[in-house]
Design a protein around this ligand. Structure first.
Ligand code: SAM
Ligand code: SF4
Length: 456
C-alpha cells in the first residue's frame, strides 16, 4: 500500500521543528515553481508566522492566475438515490438513519435533468449511495443514459462526472464505455485506523479496496479521476500529505495523477453530532490547506462545493479553487421538490446560479460551463501535457466565453446578460492570437444568431 502511516507521521514530526529561514527557502522554491517534495510540503503545513501565511496565499494566487486565468468552472450535483448499505458515521444517508429511502425513476431523473438545464447547467456530478441491490451499476448506467439524452429548450447536460462507491474494474469499464467525465471518489480519510472507525461493519470499511479504487478505474481506462479527503475526520496535515502521495502513486503507475481534488469539509448531517469529531478544522486552517494544495499540485483542478459559505467560497477562489457548484441540492429529487427531503448534509451557500454568476462577473472572474476537453478527447496525460505547456489557455478561455454567452442568451436575467456581454467583449479584446480571437468572435456571433454548443 502506497500510504505508509509511519512515513507520513515521520515527515510531520520532523517538520515540527522547522526554522523560519528553512520555510523561507521552501517558499522561494514554490515561487520559482521548482516542484516541492514531501518534506517541503510538510514544512509548509507547519507555518504559523503571519507573513509566511500571507506569502503562501500570494504564491497560491499567482499560480492559480497563471494556470487557470480568471475562469471558474460551474457545476451542480444530482442525487438520484439515497439507498445505502454503509454506515459512515458522518453521513446523513447511512443505513442506521431512519430516513425515507428512495431512488428516482427514469422519468424523475429526466425531470431533475430538465431543472438543472433550466438553471443553465451543462456539467453535473452524479451522486449515489452504495447499494448493490437497490442501486446497481445498471441503474447508474440507465441514469447516465437518461441524463445525456434529456434535451430541454434545445440544451442538454454535456458532462456527467460520477461519484459512486468504489467498485470493480468491470464496472469502471462500463462507466468508461458510456462516456463519463471524471470518476470522483473521496478517500474520506487516509488514516487507516480512523477510516476503519468511521466506516463500521460495511462494504466501504475495506480501506485497501477503497484506497486502490483509482488504480482499478485507471486500469479500466478511466483517465480522469478526482480525489479528495473529507476534512474533519482526521488530522488535516496528514490528509494533505497523503493526497500528494496518492497523486504521485497514480502519476508513477499510470502517467497521470488526479484530474481534480475536492476539498469537502465535514458538515452537520442528520443523526450525527459535529462535537463527536475532534479534528474539525477552522476557516483559517482550511484556507491554508487549500492554498498549499494549489502550490503542491498546480495543474490539478480544485473543487469546492456549497458545503462552504458564500464568504469562504469567495476567499478560496483567490487561492486555488477552480471549480464550484451552484444552486446545489443534496437530496434525492430535491430540484423538483425543494425542501421536502433529507439532505445528505447541510448546504451553506444557498444562492442561485444567477446570483453566483453575477458575483463572479463583478469580481473579475469568467464563469465557465465548458465541457469540451473530454468531448475532444483531451483527457488523462493529453490534458495534463496541454495544461503544463500553457496551451490549454488557447482553448479554455474562448470556450469559457462561448459557454457564458450561451448562458446569457438562454438562462440569465437582463442585468446579468448585459454584464456577461460586457465581460465577453473585454475578454475577447485580450486574446493575443489572431486565429483564436477570430474563432471566439465568430462563435459569439453565431451563438447570438441561435447556434449552440460551439467549442474548441
Ligand atoms: N456513496 C458514495 C461514497 O460514499 O463514496 C458516493 C458519494 S457520497 C453521496 C458523497 C460524499 O459526501 C462522500 O464521499 C462524503 O465525503 C461526503 N459527505 C458525507 N457526509 C458528509 C457530511 N456530513 N459533511 C460533508 N460531506 C459529507
Ligand atoms: Fe453511504 Fe456514501 Fe453516505 Fe457513506 S458517504 S453512508 S457510502 S452515501
Amino acid at each position: 500500500m502506497f500510504i505508509d502511516e509511519s512515513y507520513i507521521n515521520n515527515l510531520l514530526n520532523e517538520a515540527k521543528n522547522t526554522k523560519k529561514e528553512e520555510i523561507d527557502e521552501v517558499l522561494i522554491k514554490a515561487k520559482e515553481r521548482k516542484g516541492l517534495n514531501h518534506q517541503d510540503i510538510a514544512k509548509l503545513l507547519m507555518v504559523t508566522n503571519k507573513d509566511q501565511i500571507e506569502e503562501i496565499y500570494k504564491i497560491a494566487g499567482d499560480i492559480k492566475k497563471s494556470i487557470y486565468g480568471n475562469r471558474i468552472v460551474i457545476f451542480a450535483p444530482l442525487y438520484v438515490s439515497n439507498f445505502c448499505v454503509n454506515n459512515c458515521t458522518y453521513c446523513g444517508y447511512r443505513r442506521d438513519n431512519s430516513i425515507v429511502r428512495r431512488k428516482l425513476s427514469q422519468e424523475e431523473v429526466a425531470d431533475e435533468a430538465k431543472l438543472l438545464i433550466d438553471m443553465g447547467h451543462k456539467r453535473i456530478a452524479l451522486e449515489i449511495g452504495e447499494d448493490p441491490v437497490n442501486c446497481s451499476i445498471d441503474y447508474v448506467l440507465e441514469c447516465i443514459n437518461t441524463i445525456y439524452n434529456t434535451y430541454h429548450k434545445g440544451q442538454h447536460i454535456r458532462r456527467i462526472n460520477v461519484n459512486i462507491a468504489a467498485t470493480t474494474v468491470e464496472n469502471y469499464r462500463k462507466l468508461k464505455d458510456i462516456g463519463i467525465g471524471t470518476y470522483i471518489l473521496f478517500q474520506e480519510t487516509y488514516h487507516r485506523p480512523t477510516y476503519e472507525n468511521v466506516h463500521p461493519k460495511s462494504i466501504k470499511g475495506n480501506f485497501d479496496y477503497h484506497t486502490l479504487s483509482f488504480d482499478r478505474a485507471m486500469e479500466a481506462g478511466l483517465e480522469d479521476v478526482g480525489g479528495g479527503a473529507l476534512f474533519g475526520l482526521y488530522d488535516s496535515k496528514f490528509e494533505v500529505l497523503s493526497l500528494m502521495i496518492h497523486n504521485e502513486h497514480l502519476e508513477e503507475k499510470f502517467g497521470v495523477g488526479f484530474h481534480t481534488i475536492s476539498v469537502p469539509r465535514l458538515k452537520k448531517a442528520e443523526g450525527m453530532d459535529l462535537s463527536n469529531f475532534p479534528h474539525i478544522i477552522d476557516d483559517e486552517e482550511f484556507k491554508r490547506i487549500v492554498a498549499i494544495i494549489r502550490i503542491a499540485v498546480p495543474f490539478t483542478g480544485i473543487i469546492l462545493s456549497t458545503r462552504e459559505s458564500e464568504e469562504m467560497r469567495h476567499e478560496l477562489l483567490k487561492y486555488g479553487v477552480s471549480q464550484i457548484s451552484a444552486g446545489s441540492c443534496t437530496g434525492v429529487g430535491g430540484y423538483k421538490e425543494g425542501e421536502n427531503h433529507t439532505e445528505q448534509f447541510e448546504v451553506s451557500d444557498h444562492r442561485t446560479p444567477d446570483e453566483i454568476l453575477l458575483y463572479l462577473i463583478e469580481n473579475g472572474y469568467i464563469p465557465s460551463y465548458c465541457t469540451a476537453c473530454y468531448r475532444m478527447g483531451r483527457t488523462g496525460d493529453r490534458f495534463m501535457s496541454l495544461a503544463k505547456s500553457g496551451n490549454i489557455q488557447n482553448v479554455c478561455h474562448p470556450n469559457a466565453l462561448l459557454t457564458l454567452m450561451e448562458y446569457a442568451m438562454d438562462f440569465s436575467n437582463p442585468n446579468l446578460t448585459k454584464k456577461a456581454e460586457e465581460l465577453i467583449k473585454i475578454e475577447i479584446d485580450k486574446i493575443q492570437r489572431d486565429d483564436i480571437k477570430k474563432i471566439a468572435t465568430d462563435g459569439i456571433e453565431n451563438i447570438k444568431n441561435g447556434k449552440r454548443d460551439i467549442y474548441l
